[in-house]
Every structure is written in C-alpha cells, then in structure tokens.
Design a protein around this ligand. Structure first.
Ligand code: HEM
Length: 421
C-alpha cells in the first residue's frame, strides 16, 4: 500500500491514478484534516462539505477556488483576513474570473451568465446538439471503436460551447490550442500568480463582442454584450471579455471528461447497457451516478476569512480549505455502499460534483443534456460497447492514465470497441 501520509495531493503525480484510495485513507483519519505539505484543511466528508458551502461569503471566500494552496497566499495572515485579501487579491491566480469572485462582485456578474443559459435556450439548442452527435457518430460507427476522449468527447464539448457562444468555425481550433492545458498541472509553476491566465484570449473575444455590438446575432455573445446589471448599469467590455473567455474555457473539457467516464462504466457493465437500451429514460440517473462516482472536478478550495470550525475542527482565519469532491461523494455516512455503482440508489443527485451554493456550476444543465444526447445516440446505434483489452488490459486489471492535474479528473485516453446494432 502507498504511504498516503507522505504523499502531497497537490504536487505528487503518483496520486493522480490513485485518488479514491488516498481520499478514503484521509476520510478514515478524519473528515476534516490538515495536510502537512501546504497546511490546507482537506475536507473529505459530505456533511462537512455542506457546512462549508453554507458558510460561503460570510466565512469563506472563493478567491482560492481554482488553485487552492498552490501557490501560497501572497500575505502572511493575521486575524480576520478581509482587509489583507482586498489588498492582495490582484496578486492571486485567477482572481479576475467569476469562479474566484466574492460578493457583491460575484452575484452581479454571475447573473449576466445565468440569464444566458436559460432553460428555453438549452431546449432550443438540444436539436443542434443531437444533429452534431449524429454527425460525429456517423463518422465513427463503422470503425467499430475509437479513442473516445479525442475522437468524440472533446470534439463534442468544444463544438457545443463554441456554437452557443458564437465563436466562428474557423477560429475554434486556434482558440483551443491557445487555451492550452488546464490549470493546476502537477508541478507546474507557470500558471501560478496570474490574476487572468486567459488574457491571451482577450483580443479574439473582444473582437467578437465588438462585432456583436454592431451586428447582433442569435448567439450568447450577442446577448452578453447588450446585457446590464440588475441596477441597469453596463458591464465594462473588459468584464464581458473575461466572462466570455471563462465560459469558453469552463465549457470545454469538463463535459468531455464526463462522457469518457460514462463510456468506461458502460464498457465494463454490459448489464447496465442492456438496462439503458431498454429504458433510455434512465440515462439521466445513470449520468448522476457517473458524476458521483467519477467527479470531473476533483477539488474546490476556499479561504477562511475569520476563525471558524468545520466538522468541529478549528479552522483559523487565513486557512485554505480544500473540499475533496470524490471524498464527499463517497462518504459512507451519506451514500450507502459508496464504492458500488448503483443508479437506483436513493438521492442519486445528492453528489457535489457541480458544487453547491452561490458558486454552483452554471453549465450543469448543458453538460447533463450534452452527455444524455451522446449516450442516447451511442446506445441506440450499438448492441455492445467494450473497453479495449489490447489498450487497457483485462477487466480485472485495467490500466488507465489520468490527466496530471490536482483540480480536474479525467482519463488521458479511453479506447472502446462496439458492435453495431
Ligand atoms: C460535467 C461537466 C461539468 C462539471 C463537473 C463542472 C463542475 C463545476 C464546479 C464543481 C464548479 C464550481 C466551483 C466552485 O464551487 O468553486 C463549476 C463552476 C462553473 N462552471 Fe462548471 N462544470 C461542468 C460543465 C460546465 C459547462 C459546460 C460550463 C459552461 C457552459 C460550465 C461553466 C461554469 C462556470 C461559468 C462556473 C463558475 C460559476 C461561479 O463561480 O459562479 N461548467 N463547474
């Protein structure tokens, strides 16, 4: 067994292929435990994660949401840290973006995006997504198999968010390349102190938004550029550029990771495939259980603004707390038999894979729809989906490589094979 006590969750590549066991080890010691490498409080319990979500704003700041304790805070905390945070926010990674904002800035800017991703827009977009999935599956089905992350999942999630936003077709590939690797690569120091790591995408997004100001179309950027805050004031072009570029980044690969995990579960479970082919209306519950068991976002970090407690453990002001999504999603005090995959379980949507509270994922309905449409199509056009044994080994000893980041959880590759229906 690995020496989990000496492993650094945030920098040790050994952990990426073994996260569930590491989290089970931590939870076994305490659902709130201070790890020794960065002094972060690791939360692995479900009730304790909820406690943190419920104290968001008053007690916890999202300023460290993306990178957690790496790098350390740019100030030595003393007492209530609100003033210090205010003074140093600009030196912290990602703090120009929505995910790390706090009230009141956060609420106003979040509302600009939530009013774009409405139920009716998603409903209208579903036909486009279905057409896209059919087109992608048409191109793959006769091959009898593929590497699902690159051949299908990434193409799907990129095209969907690019189309919704209104990114021109000719620019999409270039933008993905410019987006580069996700943040929080193990051992990467490069991403660390930029308050806006997406700045290099600004020229393109600014041009799109300026174009939509003069020539509105039906896309989200056209609406965004004409939007106002609740008090009627206009957001700056810089803020709109940041929101559009963040949405493009956030909508990219998280859904793709969920597609790949769904295929992995299907490929190992012919009986689940049979059940879903016979009852496609159960696909949404299946997706919820994949989200619980295989969370595409690994951790959510918060900064304690004042002295507080979580799960009865003292958390001093200035501490960074990291909610381990996979830990909470497998907490046996909340989910019975948490290591078994069971989409009939009560409370199948209780997982925290889209977070909770004021920062909960605004793309969740879109992600759920994309993945549902993809699975409906693949399941109806195949009679059997299998994991490639040549690539991943036999069922009892599968080999998978995960992306080397501490924020995100994703398979680097997933080779599957199928029989056509
Ligand atoms: C399976 C797919 C996805 C997963 C698992 C996921 C997960 C998450 C999580 C856990 C958060 C909250 C972080 C926190 O509390 O600190 C979040 C925030 C966010 N997500 Fe997603 N996401 C997914 C897909 C998407 C998509 C498709 C979009 C875009 C359309 C999107 C846009 C956003 C945005 C804008 C935020 C920031 C919300 C805020 O801070 O107020 N996500 N996501």
């Amino acid at each position: 067994m690995a020496d989990y006590d000496s492993i650094d969750f945030f920098t040790d590549p050994a952990i990426v292929n073994d996260t569930p066991n590491y989290l089970a080890h931590l939870r076994g010691k305490c659902p709130v435990l201070r790890e020794p490498h960065h002094g972060a409080f690791m939360v692995t319990g479900y009730a304790e994660a909820m406690e943190v979500f419920n104290k968001q704003g008053e007690v916890f700041s999202s300023s460290v949401a993306v990178t957690g304790p790496v790098p350390p805070l740019p100030f030595a905390p003393h007492g209530d840290v609100r003033e210090q945070l205010h003074e140093h926010r600009g030196e912290m990674p990602w703090t120009d973006h929505l995910a790390t904002m706090d009230a009141p800035e956060h609420g106003g800017n979040r509302a600009l995006l939530t009013q774009l991703l409405t139920h009716s827009r998603l409903k209208a977009n579903e036909d486009y997504v279905r057409g896209l999935v059919v087109h992608l599956v048409d191109g793959l089905i006769d091959r009898g198999g593929c590497e699902i992350t690159k051949d299908f999942a990434h193409a799907l999630s990129t095209l969907v968010i690019a189309d919704l936003l209104g990114v021109p077709e000719d620019d999409r590939q270039g933008l993905i390349e410019e987006l580069g690797l996700p943040p929080t690569q193990m051992g990467d120091a490069g991403h660390k102190a930029q308050s806006d790591p997406l700045q290099h995408l600004h020229p393109r997004f600014r041009t799109y938004l300026e174009d939509r100001l003069a020539h509105p179309r039906g896309d989200m950027m056209s609406e965004l550029v004409h939007s106002t805050y609740r008090d009627g004031s206009k957001p700056s072009l810089l803020m709109l550029t940041r929101l559009a570029s963040f949405l493009f980044g956030a909508g990219q690969d998280t859904s793709a990771r969920l597609v790949a995990f769904s295929f992995r579960v299907l490929g190992d479970n012919p009986e689940i495939q049979r059940k879903l082919r016979a009852n496609p209306e159960r696909i949404p519950d299946f997706i919820e259980e994949v989200l619980r068991a295989e969370n595409p976002v690994k951790c959510l970090s918060r900064l304690a603004l004042t002295d507080t407690t979580v799960g009865g453990v003292d958390v001093p002001a200035g501490s960074i707390l990291t909610i381990n999504v996979g830990g909470a999603n497998r907490d046996p005090r909340h989910f019975a038999d948490p290591d078994s995959f069971d989409f009939d379980r009560p409370g199948v949507r209780d997982h925290i894979s889209f977070s909770r509270g004021t920062h909960a994922c605004i793309g969740a309905p879109l992600a759920r729809m994309e993945v549902r449409v993809a699975l409906e199509q693949f399941l109806s056009r195949t009679s059997d989906i299998r994991i490639s044994e040549a690539r991943h080994g036999p069922r009892e000893a599968r080999r998978y490589a995960y992306e080397p980041t501490y924020l995100l959880q994703g398979l680097q590759e997933l080779h599957v094979e199928w029989d056509k229906a």
